[in-house]
Design a protein around this ligand. Structure first.
Ligand SMILES: Nc1nc2c(c(=O)[nH]1)N[C@H]1C(S)=C(S)[C@@H](COP(=O)(O)O)O[C@H]1N2
Ligand SMILES: [Mo]
Length: 419
């Protein structure tokens, strides 16, 4: 919701129309009688019709980052429609600053370790194998962690934007492992990147044989360099950090591989000083993206509350919304089809009376796991909620319910720590 006048006019027309519909008859707003459309004919700027397409010059949604917080970016969830994140707006977390420039003709993937037949594949060879397309989110393990003042960040983008959802195309990892022949006793798999950082993380053999994917396609074209061109590992629903980009090597073993990132920055330090290693699925999480933090409501009346829910454990089955600070909850409509480990759009019609209102969403997945409140989440850690503001650890799989407060002046603010 931008502040410019055209948006305001468009918005007023839409809201009056909906109010009319809600009341049972169409009532055009003031100065908006039917048949009135702008007389100005828009210009048609010159362009090469064959050029790689671009969006309207009036669309401004961009990834954002935290000042001084490193090069990783957050996806503008509040600007997105439906469930697919445009590839150009997918969040990016890359250790090292920019993606490597890899020529796919030179790129190879090696599978070795506890296999009968160690194999090397070129990209061309990989693309000859049976392929699948799947819609899945990727979420950084640190997404929504309140750590280090992040709880003060005000927007849906900065609170939740380290999650994005794409259609991924590639070869199931199980297909390759069957080719290579996994030896008895094998249980873990190390995935290593081709870039100079040699990012390396583990997944279990069970996950590898289940739904892990070697993706070369993203949203109908080659995967973007930022997302791992020409090949990335996709471990659907698992911590983003395990989805190794620029994948070059898979090593099968009987134990997890003790890599620097696995035991270092990705260890989840608990309140008792012990660290939890080898975390896997991201739990159920949801966020209202409209209205959301730092947006401005311009008028009372009808609004559609909508947002995104996802679970690394399975499929979202239910999203409930409260507009009164958690006293009453009602079911939102879920956009079909409901897909496992994918962003799921939810919607609920709402009439803003002009009073202060606290909006929250909570989701439940098909394992019947429900997104916790802040105090429920703190209980599972055996701490009080303020612990999460103080800890420097952001590897905490924080998935507490996010409240947005609509103030009487129509401004919307992050109310996570209000209660
Ligand atoms: N090679 C490599 N793979 C990587 C990383 C990296 O820095 N290098 N970052 C990981 C982390 S921490 C996350 S959250 C995801 C982010 O994926 P994206 O940049 O496509 O959103 O990639 C993972 N895979
Ligand atoms: Mo991450």
């Amino acid at each position: 919701m931008t502040k410019n006048k055209t948006t305001r006019r468009r918005f007023l027309r839409a809201s009056t129309a909906v109010a009319g519909l809600v009341a049972g008859g169409f009532v055009p707003g003031p100065g908006q009688s039917l048949g009135q459309i702008p007389e100005k004919v828009p210009a048609n700027p010159a362009q090469d019709p064959r050029a790689y397409g671009s969006r309207s010059s009036h669309e401004k949604a961009l990834r954002n980052w935290a000042e001084g917080g490193g090069p990783s970016t957050f996806s503008p969830l509040h600007d997105q429609t439906g469930v697919i994140t445009p590839s150009s707006l997918h969040y990016v977390f890359t250790r090292g600053i920019t993606p490597p420039d890899i020529n796919p003709n030179d790129h190879q993937l090696m599978i070795h370790g506890m296999v009968e037949r160690p194999l090397v594949f070129s990209m061309e060879e990989l693309k000859r194998l049976p392929s699948v397309s799947r819609i899945h989110f990727i979420e950084c393990v640190a997404n929504t962690a309140p750590t280090r003042d992040r709880w003060k960040w005000g927007t849906a983008q900065m609170r939740f934007g380290k999650s994005s959802c794409s259609e991924w195309t590639g070869v199931l990892l199980s297909t390759l492992l069957k080719e290579a022949g996994v030896k008895k006793g094998a249980a873990w798999l190390l995935a290593e990147s081709a870039d100079r950082v040699r990012h390396a993380m583990n997944i279990t053999l069970e996950k590898a044989m289940d739904d892990a994917l070697l993706a070369y396609g993203q949203n109908g074209e080659a995967i973007r360099p930022d997302q791992g061109y020409p090949l990335r590992l996709l471990a659907p629903g698992w911590e983003g950090v395990r989805n190794v980009k620029w994948l070059r090597r898979l090593q099968v073993g009987d134990q997890p591989f003790l890599t620097q990132i696995e035991l270092g920055t990705n260890a989840s330090l608990r309140a008792d000083g012990k660290a939890r290693w080898f975390n896997t699925e991201m739990g159920p999480k949801s966020v209202i993206t409209n209205p959301s933090g730092e947006q401005q409501m311009r008028a009372k009346g009808f609004y559609e509350i909508n947002g995104l829910a996802w679970s690394g454990l399975g499929t979202i089955r239910r999203v409930e919304i409260s507009v009164d600070g958690g006293r009453n909850w009602q079911d939102a409509q879920l956009q079909q089809p409901l897909l496992p480990k994918a962003h799921t759009r939810f919607r609920l019609p709402w009439k803003w009376t002009g009073q202060q209102a606290v909006l929250q969403s909570r989701c439940t997945d098909d394992l019947n796991v429900r997104q916790p409140s802040l105090s429920e989440f703190a209980q599972t850690w055996g701490v009080t909620a303020d612990y999460f503001q103080k800890t420097t650890n952001s590897v905490i799989h924080f998935n507490a319910i996010q409240p947005w407060r609509v103030n009487t002046d129509g401004s919307v603010a992050n109310a996570l720590w209000d209660a």
